[in-house]
Design a protein around this ligand. Structure first.
Ligand SMILES: C=C(OP(=O)(O)O)C(=O)O
Ligand SMILES: [Mg+2]
Length: 558
């Protein structure tokens, strides 16, 4: 973000964003310098091999720096930076860059173009993957700095405590922030579940993200940041509340092992995975995989991966997880994530089109072949495998999927509840299947009618929206009365406070990205099931998402 050096209109003004880390602080703004820009002149490429090598060497240097930084840290910060280092060293990214160089782009431009196109794919997938687009952007900025011999992007150091304002903040920068000098964080981009938010919470720094007017803030302007309400007051009146910093998360003995509430009620803590390294993923303290996004095998390909190729990927993952459950979500593409080998035609409203399980209407063979590959891998590894279909809207679709999965030889079959119609008829759907998992990312977008791939309506997509919670409660109640498991695999499960509410609403398992596991496990260990139910009642009764969050936070005393 270009810092705005001209003073804004005089007087107090409130900018709104999304609360990402609790607490309040008042201080002067320091804006993060913009990342290195591409030079104005694009040189011709004489030696594509040398040019590719230059780009890849820069990425390797970035990976090295991230690994070194990770080694000096522990907990979520270490995991996040290690994962980012893996992204920088990704062979598919290297291949995409080499292709751009062959098309005539010099290293800097090839790197920029390849990463931008990956970011677009990630953003179009929404949720956790959309948040990873920011991590990729940071890799680009660092690699460009290496290539251009420019300084690495780093947080400002004005010599006094400040409120850090940025377009977006990379995990590698966030982990280095000193909570004594960085009073609060405000970003224009980002979401409450991205790495910046997770790290800000673990550092105890109040944060507001998705603050669309953050670019209006400039160096030195005093602001009051409220990380609970998602507000930034510009030029606060004298006497504005003094800084209130949240207590750092208690350094109590680390809780490990299976998730359970304070009174011993089990809540399985599971991992959301995409194309991560299976063996590294399996090293996490978790009870299995609650959501395997299989799209990583299919996207960006001209031809469908063969059954053999799919089998090999699934079998490796199943072996890595040994006797822990692995929940495979069948292909969730179509419309905005088109497959070259399964054309869907033009869809003016892609999110409402032929996507997820609906692609079975146009190309059933893709799903059949995927189920056959999963079933073979399950059989040959002896693993405990569940399959679930995305975007199931009716009990009939659930029954159809169960039929296909059983025919393939799969025993445990479920569906993702992410369309309001499925939540409304959860009892009928649950009679067809062995389990359901609530996809709160899509369920938010369809319930509040707000596009999750845009940043324009973050308040509507807030997972604390009482309407969304009512639907989750309806699914939970159906699961309880039929004795069937109800998981939550959307990003809502990664917020420790909201996780308590979800358990109170009837969630029997929570699936999330690895860095969120310790915080959620700790929150559960401190509250009984009864507490969770009381908190859920508070959230359901609240007037809006902000009130719900505040009521629950007030009740738990965080
Ligand atoms: C888990 C979900 O799936 P995705 O984010 O991959 O759509 C969801 O919609 O909540
Ligand atoms: Mg979804």
């Amino acid at each position: 973000m270009e810092p705005n050096r001209r003073p804004p209109a005089v007087g107090e003004r409130t900018l709104t964003g999304v609360p990402a880390s609790p607490g309040r602080a008042v201080g002067p703004v320091a804006v993060l310098a913009p990342p290195p820009a591409l030079p104005g002149v694009r040189p011709a490429v004489d030696d594509p091999a040398a040019e590719t090598a230059r780009a890849l060497a820069a990425l390797e240097r970035v990976a090295e720096l991230l690994r070194a930084q990770a080694a000096s840290l522990d907990g979520p910060a270490r995991e996040i930076l290690e994962a980012q280092a893996l992204m920088a060293a990704d062979p598919q990214l290297a291949a995409a860059i080499a292709e751009r160089v062959r098309e005539g782009l010099a290293a800097e431009w090839a790197l920029d173009a390849a990463i931008t196109s990956y970011q677009e794919v990630f953003r179009s997938m929404g949720g956790y993957l959309a948040d990873r687009a920011a991590d990729l952007g940071d890799i680009r900025n660092r690699a460009l700095a290496v290539l251009l011999d420019a300084p690495m992007p780093r947080p400002p150091a004005p010599g006094h405590p400040f409120v850090l304002v940025a377009e977006d903040l990379a995990p590698a920068d966030t982990v280095r922030l000193d909570p004594q000098t960085v009073l609060a964080i405000v970003t224009r981009m980002g979401g409450p579940t991205d790495h910046t938010a997770i790290l800000a919470r673990s550092l105890g720094i109040p944060a507001v993200v998705a603050c669309t007017e953050a670019h209006r803030l400039y160096d030195g302007v005093p602001v009051a940041v409220d990380g609970d309400r998602g507000e930034v007051v510009v030029r606060p009146a004298a006497g504005q509340a003094p800084p209130v910093r949240p207590a750092r998360p208690a350094a109590d003995a680390e809780v490990t092992g299976p998730g359970r509430t304070a009174d011993g009620h089990p809540v399985a803590l599971l991992l959301n995975l995409g194309g991560e390294d299976p063996e590294r993923a399996a090293a996490h303290d978790c009870e299995g995989v609650g959501l395997l996004r299989t799209e990583f095998l299919f996207l960006d390909r001209v031809t469908e991966p063969t059954q053999e190729e799919q089998y090999a990927a699934y079998a490796r993952l199943f072996r890595a997880f040994g006797d822990r459950v692995v929940t495979v979500r069948t292909l969730d593409v179509g419309s905005d994530k088109p497959l070259a080998f399964a054309a869907q035609g033009d869809e003016p409203n892609p999110a409402l089109g032929t996507r997820g399980f609906r692609t079975v209407r146009t190309c059933p063979g893709v799903l059949r072949r995927q189920l056959a590959a999963v079933a073979r891998a399950a059989r040959e590894t002896g693993a405990r495998v569940q399959v679930m279909a995305p975007m199931v809207a009716t009990p009939q679709e659930a029954a159809d999927f169960v039929g296909m999965a059983r025919e393939a030889g799969l025993a445990e079959v479920g569906v993702v509840v992410e369309v309001p119609s499925a939540a409304l008829l959860a009892d009928r759907i649950l009679r067809q299947v062995d389990f359901v998992s609530v996809g709160t990312n899509d369920l938010s977008q369809y319930t509040l009618a707000a596009d999750r791939t845009r940043n324009a309506l973050p308040d509507l997509l807030d997972p604390w929206q009482p309407a969304l919670l009512h639907l989750v409660g309806r699914v939970g109640a159906a699961g309880r009365s039929l004795g069937r498991p109800v998981g939550v695999c959307g990003e809502a499960a990664a917020d420790p406070l909201l996780a308590l509410v979800l358990v109170g609403l009837g969630a029997t398992s929570l699936s999330m990205a690895a860095p969120a596991l310790p915080g959620v496990r700790r929150a559960l260990a401190r509250h009984s099931l009864r507490d969770c139910r009381d908190l859920a009642a508070l959230a359901l009764a609240a007037a809006g998402p902000r009130e719900a969050r505040e009521a629950v936070r007030g009740a738990v005393g965080w």
